[in-house]
Design a protein around this ligand. Structure first.
Ligand SMILES: Nc1ncnc2c1ncn2[C@@H]1O[C@H](COP(=O)(O)OP(=O)(O)OP(=O)(O)O)[C@@H](O)[C@H]1O
Ligand SMILES: [Mg+2]
Length: 608
C-alpha cells in the first residue's frame, strides 16, 4: 500500500476542502463573514485606517521636503535668509513625528480591534460547532476541527498583525510615491515607473505560481495533520497491534511531501525577491544617470534628484514585503473561507428559542413514534413507517440482533437526529417543539461509550444538572453504586478522574454516567447498553437500584444481556427496523416459539 492509497480515503475531505480558487462565490461567503464580524468595530476600524493613511502621507512628504530643503533652503542660506530652511526643517520634524505617532496608533489600534474580532469569531465558531448535529460531527474529523480553531485563527491573526500593516504601507507608498515622482519631474518620473512594467509581469507570474504552490503545501500539511491525529487518537490500537514502525514510515513520507512542497514555494520566492531587487537597482542606476544628465543640463535641480533617489527606496522595498503579505493573505483567506463554511452549516436539529409550554407539573413521559422514517447520510432507510406508543411510566426493553436499529430508535427519541418523515412526541408535544431546557428535562440517554470529562467525580455526575447540591450528587451516586469505589479514589467525590476518565475502569465510567442520568431526572430515560461493562454482581446491584429509579419513569433499556431486560414491563423485539414482537416478558416467554423466547432459551443455556 502506498502512502497515497493509505491516506486517500481519510484525507479526501480534508484535501478537497482547500479552495481551488478563492475568488468568486467562495469570496462572497468569506466577505459576508468578515463584514459581519467587523460590523461592530466600524468606528475603530475607520480610525485605524485613517491613521495609517495619514502616517504614510507624512512619511511620503519627507523626501520631498528634503529635496526642497536642498534647492530652496540652502539657496536661501546663501543669501543670508534662514527662514526657508527653518520652515522646511520644522515641516520635516512635524512629518517625522506625525508619521511615528500615527503609526503607533495604527499598530496598537489594529492589534486591539483584530484581537477583539478574533475573540468574537472564536466564540462564534465554538458555539456553532456545539450546536451542529451529530450527523455533522460524524463526518467532520477531529483533525479538521482542531485546524479550524487553531491554524485558521493563527493565519487570521498573522494577517491582522503583520499583513494589513504591510499591505497598507505598500499600497499607500507605491501610490503616493508614484504620484509625487510624476509631479516632481515628469520625464524622470516616467523612467522610474518604467521599472513597473517588468515588475508587473514578475508579480503576476509569482501570484499564479504561488497560489498553486500554496495549495500544494496546504494539502501536504492536511495529510500530515490527519495522519498525526488519527495515529495518536488511536494510540491504544497502535500499541496493541505494534503499528509504530509502519506509522513512522507513513508519517515520514507525508512530512517529506510537506517539506518538498514548502521547498518549492521558497524556490519561487528565490526568483521573485532577487527579481525585485534587480529591477530596483537598475531603476536607481537609470534615475541617477538620466537625472544627473538633466541636472548638469540645468533642466532639473539637484534637490529633486536627491528626492528621487530617496523615494526609490520607498518604492521597491514594500513590494518585496507585499509578496510575503500575499502568502499570509492566502492563508487567511483559505482559513476564513473554511470558517465561513462551518458557520454556514445549518444545525441539523435546530431548537426553537421559545419552546412549547410544558404542563405545570412537568412532562409525564408518554412517548409516541408516528409514521417515522429515518436514514443516516447514506440515504438508506433504517426504519420506515415506524409506529410505537409507550404509555407514561412504562419500562421498555428493546432487544434485537446487532444492527437491528435499536440505537437508532434511541437516538431519535433523544433527538440526536430528526426523522426524515413523521414525528416523535412526548405527551403529545413534538420533540422539535421543545427548547434546549425542556428537552433536557424531557429525555436523557446513557450509552455504552459514556464520555467522562476531565475534572472531579462530582463535576461529572452533575454534568447535566449544574445546579444540583452536593447532597443530591451524593444521593445519585449512592443510588447506582458509585459510592462503592468513590472512597478508593483518594479525595472521594472531589477526586480528579483524569483525562477522559482514564483513572476509572470501564465499568466505573458507566456507573458515573448512570448517576449523571439519574441526577438529571428526565421524564424519559434511555439506557443503551449502559451497563454492558459491569460484572454480574455489580449489574445486579445496579439493577436493584434501577427498579427504584425507574419506578414511575418512562424508560427504554437496550441490552444484549437478558438479565438486564427482566425488570421491564414490556419487551419489544426489533428486526430490520421493525417491531416483530411486543408484550410483557412472561407473555412472550409463554409463546414458546417467538424471538424473545428463543433468545431467552439461548441465554439460559449460556448460564449453565
Ligand atoms: N452514524 C451512522 N451513520 C450511518 N449509518 C449508521 C450510523 N449508525 C448506525 N448506522 C446503521 O444503522 C443500522 C442500525 O444501527 P443501530 O446502531 O441502530 O443498530 P443496533 O440495533 O443499535 O445494533 P447494536 O446492537 O450492535 O448496537 C446499521 O445498519 C448501521 O450500519
Ligand atoms: Mg446499538
Amino acid at each position: 500500500m502506498t502512502v497515497g492509497e493509505a491516506w486517500r480515503g481519510i484525507a479526501a475531505e480534508e484535501v478537497e476542502e482547500v479552495p481551488a480558487d478563492w475568488t468568486g462565490l467562495l469570496r462572497k461567503r468569506t466577505r459576508r463573514l468578515l463584514g459581519s464580524v467587523a460590523a461592530p468595530y466600524k468606528r475603530p476600524l475607520a480610525a485605524v485606517a485613517l491613521a495609517i493613511v495619514v502616517s504614510n502621507l507624512a512619511g511620503t512628504a519627507i523626501p520631498y521636503l528634503v529635496g526642497l530643503g536642498i534647492d530652496r533652503g540652502v539657496a536661501g542660506v546663501r543669501h543670508g535668509d534662514y527662514g526657508p530652511v527653518a520652515a522646511i526643517t520644522a515641516a520635516i520634524l512635524v512629518c517625522a513625528v506625525g508619521q511615528a505617532a500615527l503609526y503607533r496608533v495604527f499598530v496598537s489600534g489594529s492589534g486591539r480591534v483584530g484581537q477583539e474580532i478574533l475573540l468574537d469569531l472564536r466564540e462564534r465558531v465554538f458555539a456553532h460547532f456545539q450546536r451542529l448535529s451529530l450527523a455533522f460531527h460524524e463526518h467532520y474529523t477531529t483533525g479538521r476541527m482542531i485546524a479550524r480553531l487553531t491554524s485558521d485563527f493563527e493565519s487570521l491573526n498573522d494577517m491582522f498583525t503583520l499583513g494589513l500593516d504591510t499591505l497598507a504601507n505598500a499600497v499607500l507608498s507605491v501610490l503616493g510615491v508614484g504620484a509625487v515622482l510624476l509631479v516632481l519631474d515628469l520625464p524622470l518620473g516616467l523612467v522610474c515607473l518604467a521599472g513597473f512594467i517588468p515588475l508587473y509581469f514578475l508579480t503576476r507570474w509569482y501570484q499564479r505560481k504561488s497560489t498553486a504552490a500554496y495549495r500544494a503545501t496546504r494539502n501536504a500539511m492536511a495529510l500530515v495533520i490527519v495522519q498525526f491525529t488519527e495515529s495518536l487518537r488511536g494510540i491504544r490500537a497502535v500499541h496493541a497491534f505494534r503499528r509504530q514502525a509502519r506509522n513512522d514510515e507513513l508519517f515520514g513520507q507525508l512530512s517529506e511531501g510537506y517539506r518538498a512542497a514548502m521547498s518549492r514555494s521558497f524556490q519561487l520566492l528565490g526568483i521573485y525577491w532577487p527579481g525585485i531587487l534587480l529591477v530596483g537597482n537598475l531603476s536607481t542606476a537609470a534615475v541617477l544617470l538620466y537625472g544627473g544628465w538633466r541636472v548638469i543640463d540645468g533642466q532639473m535641480e539637484v534637490g529633486v534628484l536627491a528626492s528621487f533617489v530617496l523615494y526609490l527606496r520607498r518604492f521597491y522595498e514594500p513590494l518585496a514585503e507585499v509578496s510575503q503579505f500575499y502568502d499570509s493573505f492566502q492563508a487567511a483567506a483559505a482559513g476564513v473561507e473554511k470558517l465561513a463554511g462551518v458557520l454556514d452549516e445549518e444545525p441539523g436539529v435546530p431548537m426553537p428559542l421559545h419552546g412549547a409550554r410544558l404542563p405545570p407539573g412537568g412532562l409525564e413521559g408518554a412517548v409516541r413514534f408516528r409514521n417515522v422514517r429515518f436514514s443516516y447520510r447514506s440515504g438508506v432507510d433504517i426504519i420506515a413507517g415506524f409506529e410505537l406508543e409507550i404509555p407514561a411510566g412504562q419500562t421498555i426493553a428493546l432487544v434485537g440482533a446487532t444492527g437491528a436499529g435499536k440505537s437508532t430508535l434511541a437516538r431519535l427519541l433523544a433527538r440526536f437526529y430528526d426523522p426524515t418523515e413523521g414525528e416523535v412526541t412526548i405527551d403529545g408535544i413534538p420533540l422539535t417543539a421543545l427548547d434546549q431546557h425542556s428537552l433536557r428535562s424531557a429525555v436523557a440517554m446513557v450509552t455504552q461509550e459514556s464520555f467522562i470529562f476531565s475534572g472531579t467525580l462530582a463535576d461529572n455526575i452533575a454534568f447535566g444538572s449544574p445546579d444540583a447540591t452536593e447532597a443530591e450528587v451524593v444521593a445519585a451516586a449512592r443510588a447506582v453504586g458509585v459510592d462503592t469505589f468513590a472512597h478508593l479514589l483518594g479525595d472521594g467525590y472531589e477526586s480528579d478522574v483524569g483525562k477522559a476518565g482514564s483513572r476509572l475502569s470501564a465499568g466505573q465510567r458507566q456507573l458515573v454516567a448512570l448517576a449523571r442520568a439519574f441526577l438529571a431526572n428526565p421524564a424519559v430515560l434511555i439506557l443503551d447498553e449502559a451497563s454492558s461493562s459491569l460484572d454480574a454482581p455489580m449489574e445486579r446491584l445496579v439493577q436493584s437500584a434501577l427498579k427504584t429509579v425507574l419506578a414511575g419513569r418512562t424508560s427504554v433499556i437496550i441490552a444484549h444481556r437478558l438479565s438486564t431486560v427482566e425488570i421491564a414491563d414490556r419487551v419489544l423485539v426489533l428486526e430490520g427496523g421493525r417491531i416483530v414482537e411486543d408484550g410483557s416478558p412472561p407473555a412472550l416467554l409463554a409463546r414458546g416459539s417467538g424471538h424473545y423466547a428463543s433468545l431467552h432459551a439461548a441465554w439460559r443455556e449460556s448460564l449453565v
